[in-house]
Design a protein around this ligand. Sequence first.
Ligand SMILES: Nc1ncnc2c1ncn2[C@@H]1O[C@H](COP(=O)(O)OP(=O)(O)OP(=O)(O)O)[C@@H](O)[C@H]1O
Length: 574
Amino acid sequence: MNSIHWIAQYAKKYLSIILFALVLVFINAATIVIQPMLSGKIVDEVIGLGQVNLLLPFLLIMLIASITRSFIRYSYQVLFEKIGQDILFDLRNEMYRKMQSLDFDFFNHTRVGDIMARMTGDTDAVRHFLSWVSYTTIENALWFIVAVMVMFSIHWQLTLCLLLVTPFIYFLTRKMSKEAQNVFFQIRESFSRMNSMVEENISGNRVVRAFAREEYEIQKFISHNEDYKEKNLASADVSRKYLTWLDLLASSLTGITLVVGGLFVLNHQMTLGDLVMFNGFLWMLNGPLRMSGWLINDIERFNASTIKIRELLNAQSSIPIHKETMPHISGDVEFAQVSFSFADTPEVNVLTDISFKAKSGETIGILGETGAGKSTLVHLITRFYDATQGRVLIDGKNIKDYPVRSLRQYISMVMQDVFLFSDTIESNINYAREDMNYREMEEYARIAGAHQFISRMPEGYQTVVGERGVGLSGGQKQRISLARALVKESPILILDDTTSAVDLETEMKIQEELSAMEWKKTIFIISHRISSVKRADQILFLEKGRIAESGTHEELLAKRGRYYQMYQKQVGGV
Ligand SMILES: Nc1ncnc2c1ncn2[C@@H]1O[C@H](COP(=O)(O)OP(=O)(O)OP(=O)(O)O)[C@@H](O)[C@H]1O
């Protein structure tokens, strides 16, 4: 499907307004002939034949026609702008909706800057096409056709002489279109790379400052900027090359008209009035000719952008989102010989042969060295990824058979990489439940060990946190994100290194509060600290993606294996 077909799908909804706007374009193109025709008549009838009484009506008609045309043109310009904005509104919504349906795999492979470029620059190229390029192209094509038809009726021999340039125009525009296509695609890619670089620099500004790498970053930006500039210059080169020829062809029409038309007049095969009329129509031929180069540029920019937008809209999630809901679950979790590898490294098993059972109400501790696969394991419970082998079961049913969005409503997760929205603390905590009342929210914040420090803030829960939670300490962010998870009151609660930045005493208090909470839940606690998991009903010790040891704290100590060694190392801190 080409870009025009694709955008036509979105335009269907606005068919009646588009048709109305097109009718106006047609009327405008048809009335445009009035002015040059009357100019010819003034020469032949008023000046030539001395019928001075016709001058005033002719001038009046010209004036009225010109005002009407301006009004019609203004009207369809407004309509096309509205159509463009309406379609863009729908398109942006669809893109955003699509983004919400895409899984981790997509975001692992797509840079934020690239997505932003699609949502902004690319959609703007589409708007420009709909709001301006579309009607300008039709307008120019109609002017050209109408001019040829009328000129043909005035003097077909001279018209044919002028049309000799059309094969050259066809050849040039096709060639330009091909070259521009490639260049605009490169511009688009370069813009995306520059955008991604800037986005990364802003997100990582603290790292840049901490390592004093500002100069390095500036140089990196300059090279991206240079590349973008070069690509744009290449596009300007293409334009210049072809626009010069198109301009020359357009100018040649005037020459042909004057020389050949003059000869016809001298040979009495054409009246002077007809030649003036003919000359009046010339701009309707050379205008579109000159414009064609610019329109090709805009059309190719539109093409390049639609390719990127369609890529996003066609992206498929390996875990499809279904809208249906599922009944409440009690929270039994079972891994049955589960293995997992990431899609881009299928030969590397990140998890191998994982089997365990967690009953509703139990707490499972997951321990292991960094990179052992702890986060990946819990990501299989939330279906951020699906197991490549074996089955993950919740309440005895394979989680692949649950509608994923609904399933996630029953799972609360505090992620290792805490993310807070740049909003009030209250909105962050109530993220999953807007209906939560203030008292309940405070209670959850208290359980998460956050209430105290929040109440000490001048604006309390109404304090607006900066992007990603800037303005809060690591431990504070962790506790707010724990409160956010608790608010969901889910039957499965996953805490991925949630209290790593919290002191031991606070951590212990949080754990006590958690187990005292009323609703029944299965808790998964990932940690590097034995103190965080020692009270768990079952502890899984992961090593290189396998369960090396499992059991309760006492059982594992008695085994005197890997857990015991870790305990020995940490014993000072327990
Ligand atoms: N998106 C990904 N694509 C490919 N490999 C990945 C991806 N995410 C993680 N890995 C790899 O999977 C392995 C397990 O990662 P995981 O984050 O589960 O470890 P972890 O035990 O939670 O580590 P940590 O304690 O440091 O958080 C690591 O070797 C990591 O490099």
